[in-house]
Write a protein that binds this ligand. Structure first.
Ligand SMILES: Cc1cc2nc3c(=O)[nH]c(=O)nc-3n(C[C@H](O)[C@H](O)[C@H](O)COP(=O)(O)O)c2cc1C
Length: 339
């Protein structure tokens, strides 16, 4: 990666009157971006902001953070943590945003991108891109309700053209959004085809608030290409961050992590999952995560199968000890069949 690019990644960015100290952020991911994983990520460092898993706006106002599996956090992470919410009613979203602001989060993120049927059926997530006027009313209502940064995460929409997304980006800005994360894929395409980075450039050029580009950045090389092709203000990393929680440092500081880092990291993740969740939930989250890690390993299929089939953490720890004896080679790019 060119020196200027690395320097840029370490430049502060102002968002709605608050500042973050770099340009690489963790994208929101349900099931993956949980409080235990974020603690692991914080230990590696390098992510300027992290987004929570999506939380239902309906339940956020009365949610108990010590009981909820998703609306939960460590106080230490709040200064760089944005809570993502999904919902379809402007006032419900505004009430959730008020609670999130009162808890001390960096900001709130409105999910207008999730394309899974369970969410779209309730007129939430990407379904809102079919009724842009409602999406804009949500941004306006949330803007009126809070003073802290309001983010919007959205995707291309339901047809593969840049123009509707560009128009929406302008409307979100006018409605009071402070930053956008844009994932240039149509709904319901769930990552089968490559994202169209050119659309990120179009969105970025249309607004004056910061735009985070998102989609298929798996290495420093990808990050540099996305930034040079789109001129985006920052990059949101999703699956690559799950696979390699040190990737923020790898990309922004040029640090190298070898295969031995995997054993150490997985053992730490198990400790953290056990500290934050009961066994059943912890194991479920571990299984979801390990698949992404396997994607960067040679013989990743065997690794994944071996760990997934383990009955409990005791067995997982035994298998990890075997794995650490002779860690496999890492590849720079992931095997996309896992993703
Ligand atoms: C398992 C999984 C869960 C996700 N959950 C969310 C979510 O809750 N909210 C959201 O806005 N995007 C969600 N996404 C989409 C990611 O934020 C991101 O847009 C997508 O993975 C593309 O980025 P990547 O190529 O860096 O992974 C999810 C993606 C994955 C793989």
């Amino acid at each position: 990666m060119k020196h200027e690019c690395r320097e840029f990644l370490n430049t502060p960015l102002d968002i709605g009157g608050r500042r973050i100290d770099g340009r690489l952020v963790l994208a929101p991911m349900s099931g993956l971006g949980n409080v235990a994983f974020r603690e692991l990520l914080a230990e590696y460092g390098g992510a300027a902001l992290m987004f929570t898993e999506m939380c239902s706006a309906k339940t956020v106002p009365q949610e108990n953070r010590h009981v909820s599996p998703v609306f939960s956090w460590r106080d230490a992470e709040l200064p760089r943590l944005v809570c993502q919410i999904f919902g379809s009613e402007p006032e419900t979203m505004a009430a959730a945003a008020r609670r999130i602001e009162s808890e001390g989060f960096f900001g709130v993120d409105l999910n207008f991108g999730c394309a899974i049927a369970r969410i779209c059926k309730r007129n939430c997530g990407a379904a809102l891109l079919k009724s842009p006027e409602r999406a804009v009313r949500i941004v306006e209502a949330v803007r009126r309700a809070v003073r802290f940064p309001v983010f919007v995460k959205f995707r291309t929409g339901w047809e593969d053209r840049a123009a509707p997304a560009v128009g929406l980006a302008r409307q979100f800005e006018a409605a009071g959004a402070d930053a956008l994360t844009f994932h240039p894929r149509v709904a319901p395409d769930r990552r089968a085809r490559p994202p169209r980075w050119a659309y990120i450039g179009r969105v970025k050029a249309a607004v004056s608030i910061p735009v985070f580009g998102n989609g298929n950045v798996f290495s420093g090389r990808d990050c540099e290409s996305m930034m040079s092709q789109t001129d985006c203000d920052g990059v949101a990393l999703g699956r690559a961050a799950v696979a390699k929680p040190w990737i923020f440092r790898e990309i922004a500081n040029g640090e190298a992590f070898g295969p031995e880092a995997y054993g150490e990291m997985l053992n730490r993740l198990i400790d953290l999952l056990e500290a934050h969740y009961d066994q059943t939930r912890a194991i479920r989250r571990f299984r979801k995560t390990v698949v992404y890690m396997a994607a960067y390993l040679r013989y990743g299929h065997a690794f994944n199968k071996n760990l997934r089939n383990a009955a409990d953490f005791e067995e997982i720890r035994m298998k990890m000890a075997d794995f650490c004896q002779k860690p496999p080679e890492l590849s720079e790019e992931p095997n996309l069949n896992f993703f």
